[in-house]
Design a protein around this ligand. Structure first.
Ligand code: ATP
Length: 378
């Protein structure tokens, strides 16, 4: 039985449709991370599950029970917000026990639950303090502790780490994954942060304009994005996209004519869905581009901006007349990720190359046409 099931869920705000026909089954114990661009409906979907927003139509079940019209407090969920939402006049212990006190649980039960949650989160020494005496990371632990004490069926997290600095975010990410493994609870987590999504999720849900684009494990989505949107959304730096047309279709695959590249022939699932002269996009991840070497496809590029990140280097290069889409670096339209420090200098002209097996082909409607790629560590 699914722990959380969303069926044909729709949400309208007056004439604007924020959620469109959402169908999703979440198993007990999963860690689901919802990602998508700003305004795609992530928070609306989370608030709908929490009962903080009503649905226009559709059904929501938690633990096999239809909770579509139940009050938030009756749904067996606990939510952790980005803003922590702690009561400033209460101690840490009082904040953590608040939900149980509201539910009129006996004091001994509240004390035991607070003690256990504080031990799990290593904030036992902070129990008598007030929120303003705590660091950001400690405050977020209290907010998580308040959720734990309620022993919910489902934890909902709305960007809980985005107010923390980078180092603390990394630490809390590991702590949340550890907490999930320890409690075995179902967790649904909204974030803008790709690293959080890739590292914590058992499955990622990619949303776009109120619709689910694709659901799958992080590596499944990274290696086998269903369409241009998912391919471009997951991965930083993002996938390079080269625009061209279909030159010919043979048993060997689709041969693409792309200005600035030699003819590229790519194997596809179903050649019957594409025709000669159709617009196509060829995608290649920055880490699959090689500087120099003997790749099956190569082309000249002039190096522009160089970002030295220590363990890797990101090169932004100009490869005109190669036409790219979605580039946000002006004429430096190609991004290359090199897993070491490199001795290149700006303005050097180099040969960039890739293997055709690493390329993705997207049809005129944006759907991925290339055969599935084997899962690999990223
Ligand atoms: P962000 O990443 O910026 O937080 P999001 O993906 O969480 O964005 P939502 O907050 O779910 O996006 O909003 C989805 C859409 O619904 C947006 O276009 C937003 O303007 C709209 N929306 C959200 N709440 C309301 C509301 N109360 N009334 C009208 N429109 C709303």
């Amino acid at each position: 039985m699914s722990s959380v099931k969303l069926e044909n869920l729709q949400k309208h705000y007056a004439t604007f449709q924020a959620l469109k026909d959402i169908n999703l089954s979440i198993d007990k114990g999963e860690f689901i991370v919802m990602v998508g661009p700003s305004g795609c409906g992530k928070s609306t979907l989370l608030k709908t599950i929490a009962g903080l927003e009503t649905v226009t139509s559709g059904t929501l079940s938690i633990g096999g029970r239809d909770v579509t019209h139940e009050e938030p407090g009756d749904r067996g969920i606990a939510m952790v917000f980005q803003s922590y939402a702690l009561y400033p006049h209460m101690t840490v212990a009082e904040n953590m026990g608040f939900g149980l006190r509201m539910a009129k649980r006996p004091q001994a039960e509240i004390d035991a639950a607070v003690k256990r949650a504080a031990e799990i989160l290593r904030i036992t020494e902070q129990l008598d303090k007030r929120p303003k005496q705590l660091s950001g990371g400690q405050r977020q632990r209290v907010a998580i502790g308040r959720a734990i004490t309620r022993s919910p069926e489902v934890f909902l997290f709305d960007e809980p780490l985005s107010n923390l600095d980078a180092a603390l975010r990394t630490q809390m990410r590991v702590e949340l994954s550890t907490l999930h493994a320890r409690l075995g609870s179902t967790m649904i987590y909204v974030t803008h942060d790709q690293v959080e999504a890739m590292t914590m999720a058992t499955r990622i849900v990619v949303l776009n304009k109120g619709e689910i684009e694709q659901v799958g494990s992080p590596l499944e989505l990274y290696n086998n994005p269903k369409n241009l949107f998912v391919a471009g959304f997951l991965g930083a730096p993002r996938m390079n996209f080269f625009e061209g047309r279909v030159a010919s279709i043979t048993d060997a695959g689709v041969t693409c004519a792309i200005d600035g590249l030699p003819p590229v022939t790519v194997e596809v699932w179903d050649p019957s869905t594409i025709s000669v002269n159709d617009a196509i996009t060829l995608g290649i991840r920055p880490e699959k581009l090689v500087v120099g070497g003997t790749s099956s496809v190569s082309f000249p590029a002039r190096i522009g901006l160089i970002e030295h990140l220590g363990r890797e280097t990101v090169l932004h290069a100009d490869a005109s007349p190669l036409k790219t889409s979605g580039s946000d670096t002006g004429t430096q339209n190609i991004t290359v990720q090199v897993p070491q420090i490199v001795p290149f200098s700006s303005n050097a002209t180099v040969s960039l190359g890739f293997d055709i097996a690493d390329a993705y082909l997207f049809g005129p409607d944006g759907r991925t046409m290339t055969a599935r790629k084997p899962l690999q560590t990223v």
